[in-house]
Design a protein. Structure first.
Length: 122
């Protein structure tokens, strides 16, 4: 499991996340079959993070998970993250967030508009 931070206006691209994870592994070569990216079900997410849906924060998770930050987030001075409860948000400096979480940055998202207008392929 990994924690992925994207902007609200973006959508996680699972193929890009899988590629980043495979490429980031320096000691062991990871094949495509070994990476199966999908959103964790709410009960699994709550168990891993200690937070409920819409309140997940990369800070204070009950399980230490690797954190990936989408590249466009790096262009922002700060970002709003889940603050541990449904209606609580946390404003964090992007630089401090990446440094304190030892996050990996990469191209792992696409705009929601692009996702809605791109035709599906069989």
């Amino acid at each position: 499991f990994v924690c992925v931070i994207v902007q609200y206006k973006a959508k996680i691209n699972s193929d890009k996340v899988a590629k980043l994870i495979r490429d980031a592994s320096t000691s062991v070569k990871i094949s495509r079959k070994q990476v199966n990216f999908q959103h964790a079900p709410p009960d699994t997410s709550a168990l891993l993070t200690g937070f409920e849906f819409n309140g997940v924060s990369p800070f204070g998770m009950s399980t230490a998970l690797p954190v990936i930050v989408s590249a466009p987030v790096l262009e922002l001075p700060y970002i709003w993250l889940g603050g541990g409860a449904h209606d609580v948000k946390l404003k964090v400096s992007v630089t401090q967030c990446v440094q304190s979480l030892s996050a990996i940055a990469g191209d792992v998202s696409e705009s929601r508009q692009h996702a809605l207008t791109t035709p599906l392929q069989n």
